[in-house]
Write a protein that binds this ligand. Structure first.
Ligand code: NI
Ligand code: MN
Length: 225
């Protein structure tokens, strides 16, 4: 799967000719000034929760591309009221979208839209194409539920939040990688704001000590996972 980083927790994933974009937060992100949101192509927009730093550009991208919003029932219906295409899901549920499958997994966090609308429970995703499986944590604390992911999926990689303060920090992210049994980890939700600035060298060291590859993606960089 070709994965491209757009800053913060936003990635696009190319799967079998379709493009998924996860948690778009581009136009408000000072670090992502090089990315033109209107040039982003997407067939599906996956949203882990309703916080502004995960949904800021969801409507723009969905409308530009006539893309389908995939998220919690509450988030999906919020966008259906804006006449966007949607597929409602919830934690524990899976769906086969034809070119790829999505399983919604637990995240320990909170979730509300910037306008105060209730957004349901936050979640993460396991995205599968054939025997390739990627775990996208969304915003979450470390939780033992992550061990269930390792029981069901042999992951090629995990995209893990690790900026601390609002989510797991780097030490918990190392444990999360062990819980989900990922040997390759892509960092996300770091450095965007002062609260979530992290020490890259320390993170690299902690992951290396456990024999796990850690990738700090550059904004605009594509990685084959
Ligand atoms: Ni959040
Ligand atoms: Mn966040």
């Amino acid at each position: 799967m070709k994965v491209t980083y757009y800053g913060h927790s936003c990635f696009s994933i190319e799967v079998g000719g379709k493009v998924l974009i996860l948690d778009p937060f581009i136009t408000p992100n000072e670090l992502a000034k090089s990315i033109d949101v209107n040039s982003i192509k997407a067939d599906f927009v996956l949203l882990s929760h309703g916080h502004g730093d995960h949904v800021a550009d969801a409507e723009t991208i969905a409308r530009n591309n006539d893309a389908t919003i995939v998220s919690t029932y509450e988030i999906a219906t919020y966008y259906s009221a804006k006449n966007l295409k949607y597929h409602p899901m919830n934690i524990g549920g899976s769906w086969d979208f034809g070119h790829f499958k999505v399983k919604c997994v637990n995240a320990v966090h909170s979730s509300v839209f910037p306008d105060g609308t209730y957004a349901g429970n936050p979640m993460g995703f396991v995205i599968s194409v054939g025997d390739k499986h990627l775990y996208y944590s969304g915003d979450t604390a470390l939780t033992y539920d992550m061990k269930l992911i390792a029981e069901d999926f042999a992951l090629s990689a995990a995209l893990l939040c690790m900026g601390d303060n609002f989510t797991m920090g780097i030490q918990d992210a190392v444990k999360a990688a062990q819980f989900v049994n990922a040997k390759r980890v892509v960092a996300m939700h770091f450095d965007t704001f002062p609260y979530i600035k992290i020490d890259h060298a320390k993170a690299a060291q902690l992951f290396q000590e456990k024999g796990i590859e850690l990738i700090f993606p550059e904004i605009g960089q594509s990685i084959e996972l």
